[in-house]
Design a protein around this ligand. Structure first.
Ligand code: A2P
Length: 276
C-alpha cells in the first residue's frame, strides 16, 4: 500500500545511547550571530521545529540561546546540537563556553566538528564532557568510514551520530551502510546543496509530479533514507515549508531516480576534498 501519511515515529530517531532526536532540525551554518539568526530560530520554533543545529565555529550560539530562551518552550522540549571546534584544545572547556552562550545547562548532542589531528584526538575530551553531564549524547561530523572505524576501536563510549554532507548528489551510500551496521545515526547537512540542487531538472520533475517543492523532495529523500536532516533558511515561509515533509511519500522509482544523481560514486568518505 502506498503510504501517504508520515508516521509519528518518522519524526524521531532513536539513538544508540537511549536518547532520541527529532528527524528535522534547523541548521544555522552561515547565519551571522544577531537578529537574523535569532529570527530564524524563533520562527523555526514557532512553526514546530524542536531541533536546532549550531557549532562553536559558526559563532552564533548566542543567538540560538537567545531565541530558545525567549521562545518560552521548556528546555527539555528543544534538542540542541553544537560542535566542538577542533582548532581548540579541550572539548570540556569549550563545552562550558557553549553552555554559557546557549544559556542552557546541558547540550543534547555534542559533535567533533571534523577529524582535525586524526579521528581519535578529541574523543577522550568528548567522553569527559559526556561523563560530566555537559552533553547527553556525543558524536562526530565529517567522519568517513575509515575514521569511524578507527574511533570505534579506541573509544570507551562509541559515537552515536555522524553528521555529513548528504543529498541525492552526495549520496555516500557505502558510508550510510557502514554507519547503519554499527548503529550510528547519520545526519545530513546541506541537504539542499546550499540551495544549488533546488533547480536540478530531475528534482523539479519529481516535485511537480508529487505536487511538492524541490526542497521538500530533497528533504523527503533524506527522511526515507533514515537520515536526520538539517536544512538552513533565514526565511520564515521557507522554514515553514521545509517542515512539511512528513505527509507525503516518494515511490521507490522516485527514490531510485534521486539516488542515481549521486556524484560520490557511493562513497564511504565524508567529503571528496577536506578543508583541514
Ligand atoms: P535562505 O536562507 O535565503 O532561505 P542547505 O540547507 O543545503 O544548506 O541550503 C540552504 C540554502 O537553501 C540557503 O541559501 C537557503 O536560502 C536556501 N533555501 C532553504 N530552503 C529553501 C526553500 N524552501 N526554497 C528555496 N531556497 C531555500
Amino acid at each position: 500500500m502506498k503510504k501517504t501519511q508520515g508516521s509519528a515515529e518518522e519524526r524521531w530517531r532513536d539513538l544508540a545511547d537511549g536518547h532520541r532526536i527529532p528527524r528535522l532540525g534547523l541548521g544555522v551554518w552561515q547565519i551571522p550571530n544577531g537578529s537574523e539568526c535569532v529570527d530564524a530560530v524563533r520562527w523555526a520554533l514557532e512553526v514546530g521545529y524542536r531541533h536546532i543545529d549550531t557549532a562553536q565555529a559558526y559563532g552564533n550560539e548566542d543567538s540560538v540561546g537567545k531565541a530558545v530562551e525567549e521562545s518560552g518552550i521548556p528546555r527539555e522540549e528543544v534538542f540542541i546540537t553544537t560542535k566542538f571546534d577542533p582548532d581548540r584544545d579541550d572539548p570540556v572547556k569549550e563545552a562550558h563556553g557553549s553552555l554559557q552562550r546557549l544559556k542552557v545547562d546541558y547540550i543534547d548532542l555534542y559533535l567533533v566538528h571534523w577529524p582535525r589531528g586524526g579521528p581519535i584526538l578529541a574523543w577522550p575530551g568528548m567522553e569527559k564532557a559526556h561523563e560530566q553531564g555537559l552533553a547527553r549524547s556525543i558524536g562526530v561530523s565529517n567522519f568517513g568510514s575509515d575514521e569511524l572505524g578507527a574511533l570505534m576501536s579506541s573509544a570507551d563510549i562509541p559515537p552515536v551520530v555522524d553528521q555529513v554532507l548528504l543529498s541525492p548528489f552526495d549520496y555516500r551510500e557505502a558510508l550510510l551502510e557502514y554507519a547503519s551496521d554499527r548503529g550510528i545515526a547519520v545526519e545530513a547537512y546541506s541537504p539542499l546543496g546550499t540551495g544549488k540542487h533546488l533547480k536540478d531538472i530531475t528534482v523539479q520533475n519529481i516535485a511537480d509530479s508529487v505536487g511538492r517543492t524541490s526542497a521538500q523532495v530533497l528533504l523527503r529523500w533524506a527522511i526515507q533514507h533514515d537520515l536526520i536532516v538539517l536544512p538552513k533558511s533565514t526565511h520564515r515561509d521557507r522554514i515553514e515549508a521545509n517542515a512539511q515533509i512528513f505527509d507525503f511519500f516518494l515511490s521507490s522509482s522516485e527514490m531510485g531516480e534521486l539516488d542515481a544523481l549521486d556524484r560520490t560514486n557511493r562513497s564511504a568518505k565524508a567529503l571528496e576534498r577536506t578543508w583541514w
